[in-house]
Write a new protein. Structure first.
Length: 394
């Protein structure tokens, strides 16, 4: 994967441990450059620090330094809260141990990672300063389920073993965006509104990534706006095998599409690639049974200034109120502002999450599942609200 790979495509590796456990030093040694400030002063790292790098035989990664998990300063709890949000997007965690601790903090970290089903690697740091005893190594192995890697960031001992272990843990490449929806040689029509939400002079990220993938797959990709869709279809000798559109114009595109052409949306495709499509469909079905007094959370992956006719803040709430009643309660959050407690919501509707990696999306899906709150996706929800979910490919 090229150096310019977006964050959502990178393997997220998070380093966790106590203050002064050697997280920043280890990251700098692993990256062979200064990523984080190193100091003997506890609490030097005050916020998660992310650095995109290429790791040998692993590829495009995002390595993330975090504040100490035992930070007792005035802002300690806020820093730990930010670390917990970082764990949400973690693919692999590296948990650091020293020989002079009682391991209670490390045990707490391991408990969080285990609950969230995040794989982790235990490492014993600063071996050049304090050679670990066999009893300490055995104690850590009992906690982590594997022999810890003994490391010295100063001398480089153990770095190659850590890289080898990370390679083993690295998840396989996520499925294609259009997996199973089309094949080489197929004609695919992309219907893309160029409205206030589309940046001037640019195409939004889901459309760019989908278009690039179609070209890589040797499909014949044709782009048009909803207004020009009839002309685009008229210029084709045969109907396209697949039509991909923005969810916000699902009804318009469905009404104009040839019967033999499959239909889906960018939001649905990204939800399918990064989330659990079955859970999202079940969530949409639950949505249609909600009472007019229901409380719904709409969650966006990115933070942006709302535009006129914004899909998450305007169009989707309008559809919900038209279908479920004007008194429906709707909260909207963006970026990392996703509540830990979802129990007072009857439904969560999440965007396609083109800015998130799969681990981040699934952390939110799993949180909703654990709290028994139905969760769905923009595209799936809009298809259900407009009565065409059974006509949409996913």
């Amino acid at each position: 994967m090229p150096q310019s790979a977006p964050s959502s495509h990178r393997l997220h590796i998070t380093f966790l441990g106590r203050c002064n456990s050697g997280k920043s030093s280890l990251i700098n040694a692993l990256a062979a450059q200064q990523v984080s400030i190193v100091s003997d002063i506890a609490g030097t790292t005050t916020d998660p620090v992310a650095k995109p790098i290429e790791l040998p035989e692993i590829g495009a990664t995002m390595i993330i330094d975090t504040p100490g998990f035992d930070d007792t300063s005035v802002l300690g709890q806020q820093r730990i809260s930010q670390t917990l949000k970082t764990i949400d997007r973690t693919d692999i965690a590296v948990v650091l141990f020293n020989t002079d601790t009682d391991f209670s903090t490390e045990q707490e970290i391991i408990g969080i990672l285990t609950d969230r089903k995040i794989p982790f690697i235990g490492v014993l740091t600063k071996s050049d300063i304090d050679q670990p005893s066999q009893s300490v190594i055995e104690q850590i192995a009992l906690m982590t389920g594997a022999q810890p890697i003994v490391i010295s960031a100063a001398t480089g001992i153990g770095i190659s073993q850590l890289l080898a272990q990370l390679k083993i843990f690295a998840h396989p490449q996520q499925p294609l965006i259009t997996e199973g929806m089309c094949k080489s040689g197929d004609t695919v029509l992309l219907v893309m509104p160029q409205d206030g939400q589309a940046p001037q002079g640019r195409i939004i990220k889901p459309q760019v990534e989908t278009l690039r993938e179609l070209l890589d797959r040797r499909c014949i990709a044709i782009c048009c706006t909803p207004e020009d869709m009839p002309s685009a279809l008229a210029n084709l000798a045969t109907p396209p095998q697949l039509i991909i559109t923005d969810s916000q114009v699902f009804p318009q595109v469905y009404a104009a599409k040839p019967e033999q052409s499959a239909l889906t949306s960018f939001s649905v495709l990204f939800a399918r690639q990064k989330g659990d499509i079955t859970t999202f469909v079940n969530g949409a079905q639950a949505m249609l049974t909600l009472q007019p007094t229901a409380h719904i959370l709409i969650a966006e992956a990115c933070s942006h200034i709302p535009q006129h006719e914004d899909i998450g803040r305007v169009k989707l709430p309008r559809l919900l109120r038209q279908k479920l009643g004007q008194e429906i309660n709707i909260d909207i959050v963006g970026g990392n502002d996703f509540p830990a407690d979802l129990t007072h919501y009857d439904l969560v509707i999440h965007c396609g999450a083109c800015m998130f990696n799969r681990a981040h999306v699934m952390s939110r899906v799993n949180r909703a599942r654990q709290q028994q709150v139905p969760v769905t996706n923009y595209g799936i929800a809009i298809a259900a609200l407009t009565g065409i979910l059974d006509k949409v490919g996913y």
